[in-house]
Write a protein that binds this ligand. Structure first.
Ligand code: PFF
Length: 453
């Protein structure tokens, strides 16, 4: 397919909202708040902002350069620029990684759907012990969680198979503003609770005594996951950017939206949690065990508001997850569509079938079939570990080296300045970052993860 035949996003807003939709996900509304809670609040946020600025934005721009320059699926994009050298592995790795992520991400997204319907039907009412038992019973059920995960993949399939403009762009233009409105509504409700000020203070008053190397590296890992770096997702979306899109400008806007949503998610959770005396650092169980109880207790005087907030909260989680699963699905869809010369629907169908199988296995491994494990970790944990801790940072690391050192400098300069149509004064700064700062930062994450620093 030639560049001129290939469909692009129809507008600048479409570019920004679709790509921000990929970035904004469970990583913002769930992982960011508990990481902040765990790592000392505002001090962590400051480090996180530094990581986004110094490493995240240059990393995003790198994937954008590869994707827009080649205007093809991720594997072909890297292959074209790599000229038969081993660098082309990065694209294939991205396609593989995104499908693994979709496998386990859809399980958690499916839980959000279950909780959305349970809170609608008022089935989450009860004390802390009840909510905790509810989660244990649900997640160990052999059918229900797997079914919800499959439903989530199928919803994603419907959007993606409708195409770039009618599917992904339209959905993002609807879902992203909706997500923002829901978030602001819950933030206001949460911040009006008695004692909410302590939560706000925790979020904005830095306590530097909590800082250590681990916090730096966790912030860096979170920044990468949150910006969807290292999955070829940004590369695939950039292949649909028009020639006039300013790559650096888009990266900055998307990073800003992503960070704003993460901070608003903190403002949604911390004030409510502090107002009932819960410290929100309870890790993955935060959303499905701690929060239902926090909402119930916090709004005990006005149960109708508690009900609405709880329903909207799970609706928000489901929407955030959907905008991300769409982008993960699109990476594989574009790959099968273009590499196997199938129709787009055919490509999407392959991804959906593969991901349904993976997500069912992941779901079963978490609850009903603990035997589905590798090296003592459930399949779900394995997928999470291999992607977030190994494949994503590795691909981001290689992409920075690839763009910084391997591909011709002219390609970088042309993409950054849109072939000289404006002054990309930051090109030198950007190159310094992707050649040296980003690779060293990512290397540090690796060494830390494997206990070497
Ligand atoms: N950035 C998403 C989040 O914060 O939840 C996660 C993600 C989306 C990772 C898309 C990878 C991806 F390709």
């Amino acid at each position: 397919m030639s560049r001129s035949e290939r469909i692009n996003f129809g507008s600048r807003l479409g570019v920004v909202l679709a790509t921000a939709g990929s970035a904004v996900g469970l990583g913002n509304v769930w992982r960011f708040p508990f990481m902040t809670g765990h790592n000392g609040g505002a001090a962590f946020i400051l480090i996180y902002l530094g990581c986004i600025l110094l490493l995240g934005i240059p990393g995003m721009i790198s994937e954008f350069i590869v994707g827009r320059h080649s205007a093809s699926n991720a594997a072909r994009s890297y292959r074209r620029l790599a000229n038969g050298t081993p660098w082309m592995v990065i694209g294939y790795m991205g396609v593989f990684t995104s499908m693994l992520i979709l496998g386990f991400y859809a399980v958690v997204a499916g839980w959000c759907l279950q909780y959305l319907f349970a809170s609608l039907a008022e089935k989450l009412q009860g004390d802390a012990a009840f909510v905790s038992r509810y989660f244990a019973d649900f997640s160990s059920d052999p059918v229900k969680p797997a079914l919800w995960a499959v439903v989530f993949v199928l919803i994603t399939h419907v959007v993606v198979s409708r195409g770039i403009r009618d599917g992904i762009e339209k959905a993002s233009k609807l879902l992203m503003p909706l997500l923002f409105v829901l978030l602001v509504f819950i933030v206001v409700a949460s911040c009006m609770l008695p004692g909410a000020g302590k939560g706000v203070e925790f979020l904005f008053k830095p306590d530097f005594s909590k800082l250590n190397t681990g916090v730096f590296l966790e912030a860096l890992g979170q920044a990468f996951f949150s910006l969807s770096l290292g999955t070829a997702c940004l590369c695939t979306y950039a292949s649909y950017f028009g020639r006039r899109t300013n790559l650096a400008g888009a990266a900055v806007q998307i990073a800003l939206i992503d960070t704003l949503i993460a901070i608003l998610a903190g403002l949604m959770i911390f004030p409510a949690a502090f107002s009932v005396g819960v410290h929100p650092d309870s890790g993955p169980s935060l959303i499905f065990i701690t929060l239902p109880n926090v909402f119930r207790e916090a709004f005990i005087g006005v149960p109708a508001v508690g009900y609405v907030v709880s329903v909207l909260f799970y609706a928000l989680m489901s929407l955030a997850a959907l905008t991300s699963t769409i982008s993960m699905h699109e990476i594989g869809t574009a790959f099968f569509h273009e590499e196997l010369k199938l129709s787009r629907r055919g490509g999407a169908a392959i991804v959906t079938v593969l991901c349904c199988v993976m997500t069912v296995l992941c779901s079963l491994s978490f609850g009903a079939c603990p035997g589905l494990s590798v090296a003592g970790r459930s399949l779900m944990d394995c997928f999470d570990y291999i992607t977030a801790q190994v494949l994503m940072p590795l691909a981001a690391f290689l992409t920075c080296l690839f763009v910084g050192w391997y591909i011709p400098r002219k390609v970088v300069a042309d993409e950054l300045s849109n072939h000289g149509s404006y002054d990309a004064w930051y090109t030198g700064l950007y190159l310094y970052s992707v050649r040296i700062v980003c690779p060293l930062g990512i290397l540090a994450i690796f060494l830390h993860q494997f206990g070497l620093i």
